[in-house]
Design a protein around this ligand. Structure first.
Ligand SMILES: Cc1cc2nc3c(=O)[nH]c(=O)nc-3n(C[C@H](O)[C@H](O)[C@H](O)COP(=O)(O)O)c2cc1C
Length: 254
């Protein structure tokens, strides 16, 4: 039996939540990184014995397009799939519903779904420091319930995952991080960009129509030299103020 975390986590919040969900299982967990540009995911095949955690952040209430496209190539072959959607305390809208459809289309058996909260990767003051102690307790408890279900040989999801079909329109792009004059052109941002939107020779040269605004480049820059324009962040922060001010908690669907 393989246990595999299949992750798309540009700034690390999704990865943290996935680790917390699975760390009580006491088993060795592999990681498959959907951030890797050019990887051939069509070669990835599972069996009925295997358990995967498919974890993505919610972008505009949807699955990030690059993550959806890459995941859709994997062959589930009846493996159990735990969906984990991580969001920045606004809402996850149709993300889990879209993940459920993607997983079924690849031949996975959806066994459970979790929504968790992590620091907002654009407006960092929202859900700052999350997943925190309460989230960790909740995710550990959810992980244990999921593991017990798997051990009992139960694979089917009995609860209904929230979300609309057709999904809400994808959007939210257009927020392009740019380098400041502390950029040393090391090229790390370009190498790590999941869609190769940044020119490795000149990190100020960005294919704006390719960038998915994932904020990965801001997180990997060792010099803290990449950021959104502060006016853009201030505008988003103001828009999110009301909806993000009430703390949301992690949810489990079994
Ligand atoms: C382009 C973009 C769109 C986002 N849309 C939403 C959203 O619709 N709802 C929400 O609550 N958080 C939203 N967020 C916040 C992320 O879902 C959240 O910060 C998540 O933890 C990021 O995952 P990561 O740390 O693995 O990159 C968005 C972030 C980005 C960059």
């Amino acid at each position: 039996m393989r246990i595999v975390n299949i992750l798309f986590s540009p700034t690390g919040g999704t990865r943290k939540a996935a680790e917390k969900l699975t760390e009580t299982w006491g088993t060795e967990t592999e990681t498959m990184d959907l951030m890797t540009y050019g990887a051939d995911f069509s070669e990835e095949r599972f069996t009925e014995e295997d358990v995967v955690v498919f974890a993505v952040p919610s972008f505009g209430g949807r699955v990030p397009s690059a993550a959806a496209e890459r995941f859709s190539r994997i062959k589930g072959n009846g493996a159990a799939c735990i969906l984990l959607c991580v969001y920045g305390n606004r809402a996850y809208d149709d993300t889990l519903a879209e993940m459920e459809d993607l997983a079924k289309d690849c031949g996975f058996q959806v066994t459970a779904a979790v929504a968790a909260i992590a620091e907002h990767s654009i407006a960092h003051q929202y859900a700052a420091g999350r997943p925190d102690e309460t989230d960790t307790e909740n995710l550990h408890a959810f992980g244990e319930q999921i593991w017990q279900k798997i051990q009992r040989g139960e694979r089917a999801l009995t609860e209904t995952i929230p979300g609309n079909r057709p999904y809400r329109e994808a959007g939210g792009g257009g927020m392009i991080p740019r380098p400041s004059d502390t950029c040393v052109k090391c090229g790390i941002c370009a190498a790590k960009c999941p869609v190769h939107a940044i020119d490795p020779e000149d990190p100020a040269d960005i294919q704006e129509e390719v960038c998915i605004s994932c904020m990965g480049c801001t997180a990997v820059c060792p010099h803290g030299a990449r950021a959104l324009h502060p006016d853009a962040v201030a505008e988003v922060s103001e828009k999110l103020k009301e909806v993000c001010s009430v703390r949301k908690e992690c949810e489990l669907y079994l």
